[in-house]
Design a protein around this ligand. Structure first.
Ligand SMILES: Nc1ncnc2c1ncn2[C@@H]1O[C@H](COP(=O)(O)OP(=O)(O)OP(=O)(O)O)[C@@H](O)[C@H]1O
Length: 601
């Protein structure tokens, strides 16, 4: 009973969604399917009349016009069935197209208001993947429901027809239906459970396929001769999925064979019963043919009917997935305070732990960033630098630790905050678009201002490269599409940095902005970055290259999530602590390797 209630609830929910997106198509489809539902019984009735009229005509008891009338009627009903079936297919496709589009829009809209850290959760990713790849199943719930109703009407019509001949047909055929319904329900649930179990396998296979076909990952795979090893991983995952799918198919087929046999027995018993009726003279030969035709038709309808039921049942679990996704807690946008610019960013006592992690990634961090302050963050791998940047930029939302213009970041309208800042992350995007777009995407409203774009490109010294390209700023970057120009790692980084400079935020957050640059380019760039930035523009940058920290007003040294040293370059050198040690190591390295080409001191 509870199961039926759940299915019904999900079914209603799916229908509400379909109704919301494609009312007109839904109405047309229902009308067509209702018409189609009446046709099978009309056809059987027509056949019966046709045969009886032929019989009468042969025995000189009737006129040829009766035969012709029912013959033409039968042809017309067959044609109408064919026509309506084709129209319903077109309407259904149109409905699916509209549904998929509007459904995706809802998903995208919801994704936009979910906290960033949620996207790092694998359960969330599995759920999102299931919903995204099965949107069609949700609309199919509606169409399966219509098919179910249409088939049900046909079934009732034919059953009624048979019962008018003899009521024995009723219970006989009903008994034949029950095993089929049970089997289809059982496998509806099993199929969903398997699908849920296999979602991570599918994601893994997709990831491995990307590794093996994307030139960016393939080059390492090739050079390390690990293609076979990776293919083996794909094969392992694929075989597990295929085997599980096959197992369920075999088991379902076995049970369906049993139900088929039961139906055959019902068919034989009904046939024998019809023979008894004709021998006893209860029915004419036309009715005898119609009875056999009806029983066959009922079995066909039963298969589609139970299939629709099983599909609805299977998809009802997806509706639960969808509901739990749509109910996820959103970042509250409405009651948030908007800002026009960032005057001050203050971090006091910031402590942060990743969900599912036992250790704190950040502990008691205190930083003040007023307008125009330049801060460098240094520290060994895993010390918490990127996590800190993600907290400062509002990707991870924390309570009462971070204030922008004296407003807690959780109360802030994040879009207005993001408009005021520019961020270059460690894993910046390489847009396979034109050079102009690659930089212009930093500030979409100024995308067509070539002068500003050029200015940003000049600051990172990528301008000279771009004007050497066949179509200059209109040239496509990357080689994924036709006529693209592949860039070196450092050139891509300069493009990404130009994008951040073009954005011209009140605070520039840069996570290792020069990691791919040669030491000379790096120093030139850092120098230009500081010398040419607005007086009011603050810069927070993470770096492993201590040559770049000397320009900072304040250097923050992180270790295991804690600030262990703070001060400008001279102060930290005098302190002779962690910064001093790191600096001395790097100094030695540069003077040993480049013979003083790049001077740290
Ligand atoms: N999404 C995440 N989920 C759980 N733990 C994470 C996540 N991202 C980072 N961590 C952990 O948080 C700690 C700090 O990582 P973070 O990336 O901030 O270090 P980092 O100083 O930027 O390192 P690097 O110099 O290597 O870039 C590490 O122990 C890391 O394992």
């Amino acid at each position: 009973m509870r199961m039926l209630k759940t299915i019904l609830k999900s079914y209603i929910y799916a229908n509400q969604l379909t109704w919301k997106f494609c009312k007109k198509q839904l109405i047309i489809l229902v009308v067509i399917k209702l018409l189609l539902a009446t046709l099978p019984v009309s056809l059987i009735w027509c056949t019966e009349r046709l045969i009886n009229n032929v019989n009468n005509f042969i025995n000189d008891r009737g006129h040829i016009s009766g035969v012709l009338f029912y013959f033409v009627l039968e042809v017309l009903i067959t044609l109408l069935t064919f026509f309506l079936q084709k129209v319903s297919l077109i309407v259904e496709q149109k409905m699916i197209d509209i549904f998929k589009l509007d459904f995706k829009k809802i998903l995208f809209r919801k994704q936009r208001v979910l906290p960033f850290e949620m996207f790092e959760d694998h359960d969330f990713q599995n759920n999102l993947n299931r919903i995204n790849s099965n949107d069609i199943k949700i609309i199919k719930m509606t169409t399966s429901g219509i098919d179910f109703s249409s088939n049900f009407i046909s079934l009732i019509g034919i059953l009624f027809y048979l019962i008018t001949i003899s009521w024995w047909f009723g219970p006989l055929l009903l008994v034949g239906m029950i095993p089929l319904i049970i089997v289809q329900f059982k496998f509806g649930r099993k199929k969903y459970e398997l699908f849920k179990f296999l979602t991570p396998f599918g994601r893994k296979e997709h990831y491995i396929e990307e590794l093996l076909k994307n030139p960016k990952s393939l080059h390492e795979v090739r050079l390390n001769l690990i293609e076979d090893y990776i293919i083996k991983k794909w094969v392992g995952s694929y075989q597990t999925s295929a085997l599980k799918n096959l197992k369920i198919l075999i088991s379902q087929s076995k049970w369906l064979m049993i139900t088929q046999m039961i139906q055959m027995i019902v068919y034989m018993v009904s046939g024998l019963f019809a023979i008894i009726l004709i021998v006893r003279g209860v029915v004419l030969v036309g009715s005898f043919v119609a009875i056999l035709q009806s029983i066959q038709k009922i079995q066909g309808i039963l298969n589609t009917l139970t299939n629709s039921l099983s599909e609805i049942y299977e998809s009802s679990f997806l509706i639960n997935d969808l509901k739990s996704f749509l109910n996820l807690k959103e970042i509250n946008i409405n009651s948030r305070k908007k800002i026009e610019n960032v005057i001050n960013l203050e971090v006091s006592g910031l402590t942060f732990k990743y969900p599912n992690s036992k250790q704190y990634a950040l502990k008691d961090i205190n930083i003040n960033i007023p307008q125009g302050k330049k801060i460098a963050i240094v520290g060994v791998n895993g010390s918490g630098k990127t996590t800190l940047l993600k907290c400062l930029t509002g990707l991870y939302l924390t309570d009462n630790f971070i204030k922008v213009n004296d407003i807690d970041i959780k109360e802030l309208d994040l879009e207005s905050y993001h408009k005021c800042i520019a961020v270059l992350s460690q894993d910046f995007n390489k847009y396979e678009f034109s050079a102009k777009e690659n930089i212009g995407l930093g500030r979409i409203d100024k995308m067509n201002n070539y002068n500003l774009i050029k200015e940003a490109a000049i600051r990172t010294s990528i301008h000279s490269y771009i004007i050497g390209l066949p179509q200059q700023y209109k040239s496509s970057l990357g080689r994924l599409f036709e006529e693209g120009n592949e860039l070196s790692g450092g050139q891509w980084q300069k493009i990404a940095l130009s994008r951040s400079l073009f954005r011209d935020g009140d605070i520039l957050f840069l996570d290792e902005p020069t990691a791919s640059l040669d030491p000379n380019s790096e120093l030139q760039l850092i120098e230009s970055l500081f010398n040419n930035s607005r007086d009011t523009q603050s810069i927070v940058y993470i770096t492993h290259r201590l040559a770049a920290t000397k320009f900072a007003d304040e250097i923050i040294v992180l270790k295991e999530g804690e600030v262990i040293e703070k001060g400008n370059h001279e102060e930290l050198i005098q302190l002779e602590g962690e910064y001093f040690t790191l600096y001395e190591h790097q100094k030695q390295w540069y003077s040993d390797t480049s013979k003083g080409e790049v001077q740290l001191t």
